[in-house]
Design a protein around this ligand. Structure first.
Ligand code: ASP
Length: 434
């Protein structure tokens, strides 16, 4: 029996936590409403402790995780010079596709309104900064004192400071090797800490779901279903409309041919929920599509670290969901802040399971939304993580194909199935990289 319980994966435990929490919450909702047995001891103490405790653990990770990840991610782009224009072009396309992804998500969620009807105003105090001007928003990017920004968890200045440190580390290289190692090791520590914290996720999710549904009852179900619908629709649009359009516009290649080969990579990313672990398969399939390893061996690991379009879609929908649930209208400058922060969060999100929901804290923080709403979304996040990771890796591959097309590092005959990868490169590209 114990052996069998041990063999259940963490993702499935989260699912079990969610379902049990949901059921217990609904039962408690009945009792809470009943004036004769009104007793909220369990909800207000035990579930509150388990749920809020877990959210605090997640918040604990945010600042160091994002800071180390950004510094390490940017510092590792030292190879940009080596591969010249590819580096700059790749990063630019990665940033633009992510910005498009968040914008699509914000649009969808403002039409479907997943959070409407979910009255969370009483559950936590929101402090949305909707009335700051665009000038203020831009000024807020600049850290006055990076250490106080780190201490206060002001993510935008932290990100800017991290980017600068990363760029300088990449430039000074050997001279700053010790500091570079420090950041790399710090990054490993934070990744390991994330893994440990996530082990408590099933308990945290159970408590959060039970507490939330004890107060919301069945009325919480529809908004949640709508939120899932928004994220899935956003992901589908990004994967099957935005990416194919980009492929056709920039390369005139046939997206169906791409998806026919690439679908197995999407399935693998879906089932593993990690872009990092998908890197080898992604590289292999891109080779089968005629892309030179010279390009993909740089762009794919980079993409798995900094390009998370699927994650950005989830974060855009989550922000709208929470803002609607708290009855807040996000103004233009708040929306721009969300787009900017989600693009930065995408850089700061490591390509491993569940990190997107942790960095969601920083997007919420940037517009003053309380993290409590994340508690409800956490319950269903494992399933969405699977879908969004599939989109994350697709974005990396599409950008890679566009970059290699522009760089003449893709054998179009291989892409079109007229040649095998083995037959490729010899004539056109002497330094065959397969
Ligand atoms: N699991 C995602 C990935 O590896 C990251 C996330 O959104 O949690 O791409």
């Amino acid at each position: 029996m114990i052996e069998r319980l041990k063999s259940i994966s963490l993702g499935n435990w989260m699912l079990i936590g969610m379902i049990l929490g949901f059921i217990v919450g609904l039962i408690l909702n009945f009792f809470v409403k009943n004036p004769f047995i009104k007793n909220t001891l369990l909800i207000d103490n035990i579930f509150y402790l388990g749920g809020t405790g877990f959210i605090r653990l997640m918040k604990m990770l945010v600042v160091p995780l994002v800071f180390f990840s950004i510094v390490v991610g940017v510092a590792s782009i030292s190879d940009i010079k080596k591969i010249g224009a590819i580096g700059g072009r790749t990063i630019l396309i990665y940033l633009i596709t992510t910005a498009v992804a968040v914008t699509v998500a914000l649009l969808i969620a403002s039409i479907i309104k997943p959070g409407a009807g979910l009255n969370m105003v009483g559950l936590a105090q929101a402090n949305v900064t909707t009335n700051t001007t665009i000038t203020d928003t831009v000024l807020n990017f600049i850290p006055e004192n990076p250490f106080s920004s780190l201490a206060n968890g002001d993510m935008l200045p932290v990100i800017i400071f991290g980017l600068l440190v990363g760029i300088i580390l990449a430039k000074l290289r050997e001279e700053t090797k010790v500091v570079n190692d420090f950041f790399n090791q710090g990054n490993s520590i934070m990744m390991e800490m994330t893994r440990i914290v996530m082990k408590f996720a099933p308990i945290g999710i159970f408590c959060l779901m039970a507490k939330t549904f004890a107060s919301l009852g069945f009325s919480g179900l529809l908004p949640l279903a709508k939120y899932i619908g928004c994220v899935l629709l956003g992901l589908a649009i990004q994967a099957f409309v935005v990416y194919p359009s980009l492929l056709v516009i920039f390369t005139r290649l046939n997206p169906i041919k791409f998806f026919r080969k690439f679908i197995s990579v999407m399935f693998f990313a879906f089932s593993s929920s990690t872009s990092n672990a998908t890197i080898p398969l992604n590289l292999e399939k891109l080779s089968e599509l005629g892309v030179s390893r010279e390009v993909s061996s740089f762009t794919i690991p980079l993409g798995a670290t900094i390009n998370m379009d699927g994650t950005a879609i989830m974060q855009g929908c989550a922000v709208m969901f929470a803002a609607q649930a708290y009855g807040m209208d996000l103004g233009l400058s708040a929306l721009l802040t969300v787009i900017f922060t989600a693009v930065m969060a995408s850089i700061g999100t490591a390509g491993v399971p569940s990190v997107g929901i942790i960095t969601l804290n920083m997007v919420f923080n940037s517009v003053g939304l309380p993290a409590d709403a994340i508690g409800i979304l956490l319950g269903i996040d494992h399933i969405l993580d699977m879908f969004r990771t599939a989109v994350n890796v697709t974005g990396d591959a599409i950008c890679t194909i566009i970059v290699s097309f522009k760089n003449k590092s893709i054998d179009l005959d291989v892409f079109n199935g007229l040649k095998t990868p083995e037959e490729s490169w010899d004539d056109t590209y002497p330094d065959k990289k397969f």
